[in-house]
Design a protein around this ligand. Sequence first.
Ligand SMILES: N[C@@H](CCC(=O)N[C@@H](CS)C(=O)NCC(=O)O)C(=O)O
Length: 107
Amino acid sequence: MSAPKVVVYSTLMCPYCVRAKALLQAKGVEFEEIRVDLDRDRMVEMMQRSGRRTVPQIFIGDVHVGGYDDMAALDARGGLDPLLGLESTLEVPAYGHGPDASEDGPT
Ligand SMILES: N[C@@H](CCC(=O)N[C@@H](CS)C(=O)NCC(=O)O)C(=O)O
């Protein structure tokens, strides 16, 4: 599955933007950063797309995730990685499968 485009509308002096970018970077996700403090047209674009005026505003594909708090909450619910197209990191127990599982699995 191809990864959706991730866009972060941000400004320079913005702790929530720093946290949002750090979370995405920690997941190894590439994103486009749009500095709305440098470009008023992009600020207007952000407000029209999101209906909000605070930064950051994060979009994954066509989905408006919201700000940093929204993205962190989505991540805590396990909803962010699937939206980003990341592989699940859930470990699937091998009980009952394969040659070594017969003595280790639950009865
Ligand atoms: N809960 C929001 C808070 C965002 C926020 O307060 N951003 C500040 C900059 S770091 C902002 O846009 N302040 C301007 C305003 O409140 O109008 C989030 O997690 O993104």
